[in-house]
Design a binder for this molecule. Structure first.
Ligand code: NAD
Ligand code: WQD
Length: 345
């Protein structure tokens, strides 16, 4: 199968490229490097010993997309490209809506014109909103998002679902019925076992694991835990942290599934097991061999107390489940961070 990964130089895309190549599939990548480096793609080639076609391009550039889709003729597109910083999306909502929504609309138009009909989309558990109670199941109604980033995911799910419905109809204009797979990621963390690729956030990390990793390697002096007065056993929020290579392998299964099915299907990609913030601090401290210094701060606006997946549907239908546990997550995150203290720089 030939796959085209938009945003494939980024954190999840680069790991997915490895998993696809190792499963024997071909990979082409489009990225504008807004939040990534071409070095990640070189390292994907180094890990796998295989070549990737790399295009520097913006997914919202219709002429370039038509040209690349025409040249590559992929069997399936996996659409990772997007801006993802929650806080920044509150500051720059128009830029977030423009980039994330435009990319998806442009891709759909170009796919339709090029006769490509398999689409796998990077969605997020954030679409469950604040009012559903975990474990989240795919048939729960989508909730109210707490920030523009979350709404872009919510809206893109809707756009893709509507396009799929139209694409099933004879007059939809699609040459083949559209197949859409919406993957709701929980909290992707960790790195490839080689330590050659991993998460490389620009500036101060927004997310817990890269922040802990940078404290562990001495780039920051301590972690601030956002609130210890939640109604949980240790008072800190609980999340479903999933190893990025498990997530990557989930994409291989999803792309293979998209090839053989029509319709729009939603899958959670999570482990089903939550860990608290302090639980993660302890696990990482074990992995790096010293205690991560932290202090307790106020709650962060927009945080939900609890979020974890019901991971049953992906297991039943895709035959996929997360295999790596918290100790492997922290071991691999530390391996990446300690060997690349400044990321790809
Ligand atoms: P990332 O920032 O590392 O990767 C996204 C990539 O898309 C980057 O390489 C960036 O340069 C590229 N990009 C952005 N806009 C583009 C455009 N218009 N044209 C071409 N390239 C563009 O992020 P990631 O963590 O790998 O996330 C991948 C996808 O998964 C994103 O859509 C993100 O919203 C989604 N997601 C991520 C998480 C997470 O915690 N990392 C959770 C849920 C969903
Ligand atoms: C995890 C826990 C924080 C940093 C976000 C997005 C979501 C998805 C994944 C991606 C929370 C606590 C964090 C710190 C802390 N996005 N924390 N100190 O918020 O679950 O999900 O990333 O594209 O849409 O919202 O992940 O890693 O930011 O936080 O105490 O310095 O760690 O309060 O409880 P979150 P996170």
């Amino acid at each position: 199968m030939k796959t085209l990964l938009t945003g494939g130089a980024g954190y999840i895309g680069s790991h997915t490229a490895v998993a696809l190549l190792e499963a024997g599939h071909d990979v082409a990548i489009i990225d504008n490097f807004a939040n990534s480096s071409p070095e990640a793609v070189k390292r994907v080639e180094l890990i796998t010993g295989r070549q990737v076609s790399l295009y520097e391009a913006d997914c919202a550039d219709k002429d370039r997309m038509m040209e690349i889709l025409g040249k590559e003729q992929p069997d399936c597109i996996i659409h990772f490209a997007g801006l993802k910083a929650v806080g920044e999306s509150v500051e720059l909502p128009v830029e977030y809506y423009r980039n994330n929504i435009d990319s998806t609309l442009t891709l759909l138009e170009c796919m339709k014109a090029s006769g490509i009909s398999r689409f796998v989309f990077s969605s997020s558990a954030t679409v469950y909103g604040e009012d559903n109670t975990p474990p989240f199941t795919e048939d729960m109604p989508k909730g109210v998002c707490t920030n523009p980033y979350g709404w872009t995911k919510w809206m893109q799910e809707q756009i893709l679902t509507d396009a799929q419905l139209a694409g099933c109809r004879e007059k939809g204009g699609w040459k083949a019925p559209l197949s859409v797979v919406l993957l709701r990621y929980f909290n992707p963390v960790g790195a490839h076992e080689s330590g050659l690729i991993g998460e490389d956030p620009q500036g101060i990390p927004n997310n817990l694991m890269p922040y802990i990793s940078q404290v562990a390697v001495g780039r920051r002096d301590h972690l601030t835990v956002f609130g210890d007065d939640y109604d949980t056993p240790d008072g800190t929020c609980r999340r479903d942290y999933i190893h990025v290579m498990d997530l990557a392998e989930g994409h291989v299964k999803a792309a293979e599934y998209a090839l053989g099915h029509e319709g729009a299907e939603v899958f959670n990609l999570g482990t089903g097991s939550p860990y608290s913030v302090l639980g993660m601090v302890e696990a990482f401290s074990r992995a790096c061999g010293h205690q991560i210094p932290y202090e307790i701060g106020p709650r962060r606006a927009g945080d939900v107390q609890d979020s974890w997946a019901d991971a049953g549907k992906a297991k039943r239908i895709l035959g996929w489940e997360a295999k790596r546990g918290i100790d492997e997550i922290c071991r691999d995150a530390w391996n990446w961070q300690s060997h690349n203290p400044k990321g790809y720089e």
